[in-house]
Write a protein that binds this ligand. Structure first.
Ligand SMILES: C[S@@+](CC[C@H](N)C(=O)[O-])C[C@H]1O[C@@H](n2cnc3c(N)ncnc32)[C@H](O)[C@@H]1O
Length: 225
């Protein structure tokens, strides 16, 4: 297994493609039927870029992800824990992932993922109301990651960044253009969101996620200070 561009993210050649993988924190167990790959004493989980926007952004060559060993991450829109579980692998036993979602159906499954993964906690809240969970987590996090398809995605993201992200920390926003406005051209939406983000944060990189995800992009930002 080859160490990839980011610590904790590995690469393996498969035919003509480069696959990415994370080292499994819970050997023998899968989260979304991903393939497990054994090498020596270690076990790795294949990271499917069609099921994870962060995986897609890494394969598209994003410059930084800000998530590393020991990071504390607030993950908004964790759903069944697909991407959040890879983040949990990367941050490792001394890091932590607050995995938030407001849908009861997905939460039921995610609770089981969190039971297996001691560095993940389920948070059953609306990301639009951070004041309701501010006493349920640490004061500051190293990374705010958001993947929720809402019309006011940028506003929700900035609220959480403002409230929880430490200075120098990273904010990652997976943006779905069609949720902001179904009629507008995705590129126009990406541009207007970029202008809004730039008022508050330094934009480190931006990638359109096609061919893995249609009409989505990923922003990687840094909080000044
Ligand atoms: C595209 S899915 C997330 C997929 C996940 N990030 C992954 O890669 O595994 C979007 C999730 O956002 C959640 N969501 C949407 N609006 C939300 C809100 N205001 N607060 C919390 N969760 C929300 C939905 O319930 C859904 O599970």
């Amino acid at each position: 297994m080859k160490q990839g561009r980011f610590k904790g993210v590995f690469e393996q050649r498969k035919g003509r493609r480069n696959n990415i993988l994370t080292r499994n924190l819970t050997p023998g167990k899968t989260v979304y039927d991903e393939l497990l790959v054994r090498e020596g004493k270690n076990e790795y989980r294949e990271w499917n870029p069609k099921k994870s926007k962060l995986g897609a952004a890494i394969l598209k060559g994003i410059k930084e992800i800000g998530i590393e060993e020991n990071s504390v991450v607030l993950y908004l829109g964790a759903a069944y824990g697909t991407t959040a579980s890879h983040v949990s692998d990367i941050v490792g036993k001394k890091g932590f992932v607050f995995a938030l979602d407001f849908a009861p159906r997905v939460m039921r499954d995610m609770v089981f993922v969190c039971e297996e993964r001691k560095n993940m906690a389920p948070m059953f809240f609306d990301a639009n109301k951070p004041e309701e969970y501010k006493d349920k987590m640490v004061k500051e996090v190293d990374v705010v990651y958001m993947d929720i398809a809402q019309r006011n995605q940028t506003e929700i993201f900035l609220k959480n960044v403002d409230m929880f992200l430490r200075k120098g920390g990273y904010g990652l926003l997976a943006l779905k253009a069609r949720s902001v406005d179904v009629t507008a051209q995705p590129r126009k939406i990406f541009e207007s969101v970029r202008r809004e983000l730039e008022k508050h944060l330094k934009i480190i990189d931006f990638k359109i996620l096609e061919p893995f995800e249609k009409d989505h992009c990923m922003f990687v930002c840094k909080k000044g200070g």
